[in-house]
Design a protein around this ligand. Structure first.
Ligand code: 6PG
Length: 262
């Protein structure tokens, strides 16, 4: 289903795909990332890709690293970033960098990798990542009116927690109200841990945000986002002003949606 929403000076598009299982979700996502990569390289000569953490993208990472797929993306023209990171060392198994490196990046040869340095104290890690983003601004080819200084990613992979968080923007925490900074450090009370995350201005400046959502535990939050227009959930705030949000969900995650049960 493609919904074209023409707002004031914006062209927001939403795509919503329901597939049977996580493997199918990952295969669809791989093809979508490949499509976005090819367009970016043809139009701008490079592909800026922001990865997410969590368990859902693991199947996608393994697929993109497989012999069949590892040559299909233009990794030699790809700059890899992260949407968020836990404040841990890069060799910590809970690190989003470690997850992506061990499953994917160690099997392909990305042109550039911009790691969130979780080993630093949170504020310093956020400042360092912001500096990395600003120094790599030539890769964004940001031509959106009004905010040429804001990073504009070709593709931001996102997951969603059962509480509706995305990246490390959690309900009830400060990051959801940050509209000046592009990267913030965030203490997550419910997890008793620090994280670093891109903020909504950056996520909503992307050309493509690609949500991968799998599992029954996500069904309530997904229904809130698609059937309660006033929902305050962080994942529901992802609506790129000049881009597309692609919701790729499996049947379990979509099972509470009224249309889905027709
Ligand atoms: C992280 C992610 C986070 C994740 C969701 C969903 O660092 O954990 O960025 O936003 O995408 O928590 O996680 P699952 O895929 O494990 O459900």
């Amino acid at each position: 289903m493609i919904l074209y929403v023409y707002g004031m000076k914006t062209l927001r598009t939403i795509s919503f795909t329901v597939v049977s299982s996580l493997p199918e979700l990952s295969l669809r996502a791989a093809h979508e990332v490949e499509r976005i990569c090819n367009i970016a390289v043809v139009e701008r000569g490079c592909f800026t890709l922001s990865l997410s953490g969590g368990s859902t993208p693991n199947t996608l990472f393994d697929l993109l690293a497989s012999p069949e797929w590892r040559g299909r993306l233009c990794w030699d023209k790809t700059a890899v970033y992260w949407g968020d990171e836990r404040c841990v060392t890069p060799d910590d198994e809970s690190s989003n960098y470690w997850q992506a490196h061990s499953r994917l990046l160690s099997h392909v040869n990305a042109a550039e990798i911009f790691r969130i340095k979780g080993e630093k104290i949170p504020q310093a890690a956020a400042t360092d990542y912001e500096n990395q983003l600003l120094k790599s601004r030539s890769l964004w080819k940001n031509n959106t009116p009004g905010n040429v200084s804001c990073p504009r990613f070709d593709c931001i992979l996102l997951g969603m927690g059962s509480d509706g968080h995305t990246a490390s923007i959690f309900p009830g925490e400060n990051a959801i109200n940050e509209f000046q900074r592009i990267v913030v450090e965030q203490y997550i009370s419910k997890l008793n841990s620090w994280r670093v995350t891109l903020t909504l201005p950056v996520l909503n400046n992307a050309r493509n945000c690609l949500f991968l959502v799998s599992g029954k535990e996500k069904a309530h939050a997904l229904r809130e986002i698609f059937e309660n227009p006033t929902n305050p959930l962080p994942a529901g705030q992802i609506r790129p002003r000049h881009g597309t949000v692609h919701w790729m969900v499996d049947q379990e995650a979509a099972s509470f949606l009224s249309y889905h049960n027709v």
